[in-house]
Design a protein around this ligand. Structure first.
Ligand SMILES: [Zn+2]
Length: 306
């Protein structure tokens, strides 16, 4: 039987699942959270809404917390759930356990803007010592009592990035395949374009009644979801094309390419060093991939179109 979706004061309810929309979705540390109202109740990615998550934590009903991946905007309120068991995918375990490991993945250049930003955030948030009680693998069923939810490994954004398939509800949660207009994010040393693209193909094999992601306050119907997913996927090709166009004009260094506004808008890049750092890291991944395909080559500090 199809479960109908209802609006709640904090988001949407489908069966025993509440999608809690991020209170300030423009802000970087916040992402949507999920509350699975099970005998072994679980919160996924506690970071959407401080007062509501604090209320859930103080009710002492939540015995488990799952993080879909190690990024800070998906676990900024983990610490509210003091007695819970923590779960994550095996491949994101190390980065989740320590800030040092997280920082090592933030870029090849020491003290780049991403590293500096993370250090600032972590000291401001006072997250305390992280621990993980159980690691997960693809297709594994979550340790719930009354609901069947399976792990869908969707690497690329991070190596251990997962979605969740709510079998009873016919709903797929795709986490940071977030379908935002900006498009996919894959800065950091362990993000990978080919894995990301393969994960998008994997998502296309799920034919569900409902879809949701970690950013944007909406539950998708299949038609809109697949339209948005296609646009999200197209972003990879469009970024390639813009790079090749820029190199057609003249050879350029990575620094020069990163100022054009290929991923982030040029005005944002000018005033935000963090976005500059993301832009550079993501463009470098495109260039390395295009180099493998024989479409560009690197010579004397500049990228050239082949
Ligand atoms: Zn993320």
């Amino acid at each position: 039987m199809v479960k109908e979706a209802k609006i709640t004061p904090h988001g949407m309810q489908v069966g025993n699942l509440e999608l809690i929309w991020a209170v300030n979705s423009k802000d970087f540390f916040f992402s949507n959270s999920l509350f699975i109202d099970d005998t072994e109740a679980m919160v996924v990615d506690p970071s959407a809404n401080f007062s509501y998550l604090e209320h859930l934590a103080s009710s002492k009903r939540v015995s488990q917390v799952l993080n879909t991946h190690f990024h800070i905007d998906h676990r900024s309120l983990n610490h509210l759930f003091k007695d819970a068991r923590f779960l994550c995918h095996k491949k994101d375990l190390r980065a989740l356990l320590s800030l040092d490991n997280y920082l090592k993945l933030a870029g090849k250049e020491k003290n780049n803007e991403y590293v500096l930003w993370l250090q600032k955030i972590f000291s401001a948030l006072n997250l305390g010592q992280a621990h993980v009680d159980e690691t997960l693998l693809d297709q594994q069923t979550l340790p719930l009592k009354d609901s069947e939810v399976r792990v869908v490994h969707l690497p690329g954004h991070t190596p251990g990035h997962i979605g969740l398939h709510f079998m009873d509800l016919d709903l797929l949660f795709v986490s940071d395949v977030d379908l935002t207009p900006l498009g996919p994010w894959y800065a950091g040393t362990t993000s990978n374009i080919d894995q990301f693209l393969a994960s998008l193909q994997k998502i296309k094999t799920f034919h569900c009644r409902y879809y949701a992601s970690s950013h944007g306050s909406r539950l998708y119907e299949p038609e809109t979801f697949f339209e948005k997913l296609q646009r999200f996927e197209d972003a990879f090709r469009i970024r390639d094309e813009k790079l090749l166009e820029a190199l057609q004009e003249s050879p350029k260094s990575l620094e020069e390419l990163a100022q054009i506004g290929i991923i982030y808008r040029k005005v944002w890049l000018k005033k935000d060093p963090l976005k500059q750092s993301f832009e550079k890291q993501m463009l470098e991944k495109h260039l390395q991939r295009l180099e493998k395909a024989g479409q560009v080559h690197w010579e004397e500090g500049q990228w050239n179109k082949a």
